[in-house]
Design a binder for this molecule. Structure first.
Ligand SMILES: [Zn+2]
Length: 121
């Protein structure tokens, strides 16, 4: 088990040193950046432990971020398609209602004209 990299982890130092914890006893060590990725023997418990490589971790975090953004884009696109479909359907429906209203209006004028004709005589 690796020590968790939670909010309590110390902020990385401004220089190139790497702060990491032994994978066995969790003792913190500071090593030069040149040791990144190497396996060292813990000075406290004597077990071998691997120095994390910040460059690799950064690029894997970036890859995660990229795949997450791609997933969000895909989801966004499918929602766009769905809503565009709704709008198209409703536009067709609106057009049908407008035609129906127009024919009702024409019928009203015809009926009123007939009524006016009969009232005259
Ligand atoms: Zn140790």
């Amino acid at each position: 088990m690796q020590p968790s990299r939670g909010a309590t982890a110390p902020a990385p130092p401004p220089n190139n040193d790497i702060v990491f914890a032994c994978q066995h006893c969790a003792t913190s060590f500071v090593v030069d950046a040149a040791a990144a990725g190497l396996q060292l023997t813990c000075q406290k418990c004597g077990e071998p432990t691997t120095v994390p490589n910040p460059a690799l971790e950064d690029s894997s975090a970036e890859a995660l971020k990229i795949s997450d953004l791609q997933r969000q884009l895909k989801e966004n696109e499918s929602q766009r398609t769905e809503i565009t479909g709704y709008i198209n359907q409703l536009s067709i429906q609106l057009h049908r209602w407008q035609l129906r209203l127009k024919s009702l209006h024409e019928r009203q004028q015809k009926l009123q004209a007939e009524l006016a004709e009969l009232a005259k005589s």
